[in-house]
Design a protein around this ligand. Structure first.
Ligand code: CA
Length: 229
C-alpha cells in the first residue's frame, strides 16, 4: 500500500521528476514549491513522509524541519532532506534540526525512492512492534507502543529516528553497541552514511534527554551502551 508523501522543491522540473518516480512506486504524492505552502499542506494532508529541499524561496528547509520538530504533531514525521552537493554544512545542520536522512544533489530518482522506502519500512506501526511494552533505564521510561519517552515523569519529544536509536540501545542495555551495528539496525542501510552520523544523533538525543542522558554511556573507540540504572 502506498504512503502519502509531500515533496517540497521549488525547481519545478526536479519536483515533477521526484513526484513521477514516487508515484511510479505506488505512493500518493503532493508537491509544494515553497515553504509556506509546504507548512499548510502538512496540516492539510498529514503526509507519512516529507522530501524537503534545503534551498527554498521563502522559508529554508532547515527552518521548516526545525519547526516540525518543535510541534508534538509533527515531531516524528520522517524527513528526507535534499542538500547541495558536498555541502557538509547542510548535512550536519540537517541532522541537527532533526532530518532523518539526506540525499545530496544531483541524485538518481531511483536512489531517492530507495531511501524513501527504507525510511517508510522502519516506520512500522507501533501495534506491530514485538517485544516489551515498556523499558526503564532508571528514571528514563520508554513506553514502546506509544512511542513515548519520559525522564523523571516529564515527556521528551523525540523524532522517529531518535526514538529508534534510544529503543535500540535500551533494549540491549548493559551491552556495548558499535556504531556500525547501530547504523545497520537503526538507519536500516549503510552504504554512504558515515559512522559519525551516529555520534551526531547520540549528541542530539542526549541534549533532549537532559539528566536522562546519564543512562547512555560512550565506550571509547567502540560505540555506546545504555545503562539500566
Ligand atoms: Ca531548491
Amino acid at each position: 500500500m502506498g504512503s502519502r508523501i509531500l515533496v517540497v522543491e521549488d525547481e519545478t522540473d526536479l519536483a515533477e521528476l521526484v513526484a513521477f518516480n514516487l508515484r511510479g512506486a505506488g505512493h500518493d504524492v503532493t508537491v509544494a514549491h515553497d515553504g509556506s505552502t509546504a507548512l499548510a499542506e502538512i496540516q492539510r494532508c498529514q503526509p507519512d513522509l516529507l522530501v524537503l529541499d534545503v534551498m527554498l524561496p521563502d522559508i529554508s528547509g532547515l527552518e521548516i524541519c526545525r519547526r516540525l520538530r518543535r510541534n508534538a504533531q509533527t515531531v516524528r514525521l520522517p524527513v528526507i532532506m535534499l542538500t547541495a552537493r558536498n555541502d557538509e554544512m547542510d548535512r550536519v545542520v540537517g541532522f541537527e534540526v532533526g532530518a532523518d536522512d539526506y540525499v545530496p544533489k544531483p541524485f538518481s530518482p531511483r536512489e531517492l525512492v530507495l531511501r524513501v522506502e527504507a525510511i517508510l519500512r522502519r516506520t512500522i506501526p507501533s501495534a506491530e512492534v514485538e517485544g516489551p511494552q515498556a523499558i526503564a533505564l532508571g528514571d528514563l521510561v520508554i513506553d514502546v507502543p506509544a512511542h513515548r519517552v519520559e525522564v523523571q515523569g516529564k515527556e521528551i519529544l523525540l523524532t522517529a529516528l531518535e526514538f529508534r536509536l534510544l529503543l535500540d540501545l535500551a533494549s540491549r542495555a548493559g551491552r556495548v553497541q558499535s556504531r556500525d551495528a547501530l547504523l545497520e539496525r537503526v538507519w536500516g542501510y549503510a552504504p554512504d552514511v558515515e559512522t559519525r552520523t551516529v555520534d551526531t544523533h547520540v549528541k542530539r538525543l542526549r541534549e533532549k534527554l537532559g539528566e536522562g542522558a546519564l543512562h547512555i554511556e560512550t565506550v571509547r573507540g567502540v560505540g555506546y551502551r545504555a545503562l539500566k540504572s
